[in-house]
Design a protein around this ligand. Structure first.
Ligand SMILES: Nc1ncnc2c1ncn2[C@@H]1O[C@H](COP(=O)(O)OP(=O)(O)OP(=O)(O)O)[C@@H](O)[C@H]1O
Ligand SMILES: [Mg+2]
Length: 483
């Protein structure tokens, strides 16, 4: 056989231990081999492992042996021969022959593999071709009928020593092939198991590391939010004083200012105001991220919230020459939420829409009622019809401005993300508005997404679940226009 056979299996760390015949052979192949030898040569064969396990044997017992086994003395004598054969020390790889009281013999050949003996093949019992009479050793067994013995003797398997040796050699050669393929299969499956074990171990290690990293990340996030909240708070206090004093200076409380002095103080005031807004946004974001934001929930009429938000941003729209309109139908369902926080959502969206829309453009805030399926209605076709519907209030903030490319529509909700830095330098802002909007809407169990507007512009779609108030809403339609 090839050199491959001398694989150092233990060096692979597979824990195979000493090779055992019963682990290596495919029993089906072994039975097939034993059956074909019996068929071709009429010779019974049995394969036994080192530990005494019989792995394959001829199906048919010789009639003479069957007759002997019917008698107690015959059974004892037969058993003694079988155990002698089993215990026989076979030193040569050629094998050895052992005689029986019937005149028949057994040929015992060692099964060797990887330099060691792992079992034996036993051929027989067979009679030499010349044996014609029943031997005295058989007749001496109590209860054996000589006439029947003489009648059955010719039915015993027959073989010369030379033929038995050739059959044994042939058997060992076939066994070698069976063992080699069995060994290969065993190694392959053990290696497969070992590699799966190794991959599993690696995966478990990586999982544990990931879990640790995730926990650490969460801790860091919390620390960051707390840090931001503290810093923002500490910055806000002195900034409020700067704003207050600069306002007093502009108002002339500390005496009349000269033209350039007034200009400088007004710049100080407007920059401080910008800084205060930024700090307030940071504070809001950190509170929303750490989940410590306070919500005062009540039934809110969205039409009124939109009108208020619009009137807050209307001066900027008017100054820029952008038309701003609000439309909400009568008896729009109420929304359970914090009116101040909801106002903040639409002020942010309105500010953006006006900021990114050129003079002559339009910004519309339109509310309507809609129904959506409640999540978890099931995937089956029938379930769609049965899924309960939830009443929602949808607000679309539409502008005719520069629009937002499809690829950017998710990213703009990330803190500090701005689509085009150069245009933002022109428009101002820090990129926090939309991240606050998204978190506030989600805190109200709502959703926000962006759609395009033809021919140009963006549509921010906010959907908020309607509340189930004790009394139905009763308010008129709202329609406001700032131009
Ligand atoms: N209506 C819009 N049309 C076009 N682009 C928009 C619109 N709204 C938002 N964007 C884009 O999304 C970015 C993020 O918006 P966001 O409101 O978060 O930040 P900002 O307006 O730049 O700054 P801030 O709101 O903090 O003052 C904007 O910089 C802009 O690039
Ligand atoms: Mg903004």
């Amino acid at each position: 056989m090839s050199d491959e056979r001398s694989v150092d299996v233990d060096a692979l760390g597979l824990g195979l231990g000493p090779l055992r015949l019963e682990d290596l052979v495919d029993r089906e192949a072994m039975r097939g081999m034993v059956g074909s030898i019996e068929q071709v040569f009429g010779m019974p064969v049995r394969i036994v492992s080192n530990s005494g396990v019989s792995l394959a044997s001829s199906s048919r017992e010789a009639p003479l042996c069957a007759m002997i086994n019917e008698e107690p003395a015959g059974r004892r004598a037969c058993g003694a021969i079988v155990s002698e054969v089993k215990r026989l020390r076979v030193t040569s790889s050629e094998g050895t022959t052992h005689g029986c009281f019937t005149g028949a013999c057994y040929r015992v050949v060692p099964i060797e593999y990887e330099g060691g003996t792992i079992g034996r093949a036993i051929l027989g019992p067979y009679l030499p071709p010349a044996a014609e009479s029943v031997p005295d050793t058989l007749l001496a067994i109590e209860g054996v009928d000589p006439a029947r013995a003489a009648e059955l003797l010719p039915h015993m398997a027959r073989s010369t020593e030379a033929t038995a040796e050739t059959v044994a050699k042939h058997l060992v050669a076939v066994l070698d092939v069976i063992l080699w393929s069995g060994h290969k299969a065993l190694l392959t499956s053990k290696m497969h198991i070992a590699s799966i074990r190794e991959s599993y171990r690696e995966l478990s290690e990586k999982n544990a590391a990931l879990e640790q990293a995730y926990e650490r990340q969460q801790e860091l996030d919390k620390l960051k939010s707390n840090f931001l909240a503290t810093i923002s708070h500490e910055l806000r206090t002195p900034l409020t004083s700067i704003l207050g004093y600069s306002e007093m200076l502009v108002g002339g409380i500390a005496g009349e200012l000269t033209g350039p002095q007034l200009d400088f103080v007004q710049i100080i005031h407007s920059k401080s105001d910008q800084l205060l807004k930024l700090i307030m946004s940071l504070l809001d974001l950190s509170k929303l991220e750490s989940g410590t934001v306070m919500m005062r929930r009540s039934d809110v009429a969205i039409g009124a919230v939109l009108a208020e938000a619009a009137s807050t941003v209307a001066p900027v729209a008017t100054k820029k020459g952008v038309t701003l309109t609000v439309d909400a139908p009568a008896d729009l369902p109420l929304v359970l939420g914090d009116p101040e926080r909801l106002r903040q959502v639409f002020v942010n969206l309105g500010e953006n829409a006006i900021k990114f829309t050129p003079t002559g453009g339009t910004v519309q805030m339109v509310a309507r009622q809609m129904a959506t399926e409640v999540d978890g209605g099931g995937d089956e076709p029938g379930m769609v019809l049965l899924a309960p519907l939830r009443q929602m209030v949808e607000v679309r903030v539409t502008d005719t401005g520069i629009g937002i490319p499809t690829a950017e529509r998710d990213k703009v909700f990330d803190p500090f993300y701005q689509v085009d830095q150069s245009s933002t330098r022109e428009h101002g802002g820090t990129g926090l508005g939309l991240s606050i909007v998204k978190r506030l809407v989600e805190a109200h169990h709502g959703t926000v997404h962006i759609e395009g507007h033809e021919p140009t512009g963006a549509v921010f779609v906010v959907r908020l679940p309607a509340s189930r108030p004790s009394s139905p809403p009763s308010h008129g339609a709202i329609s406001v226009r700032f131009a």
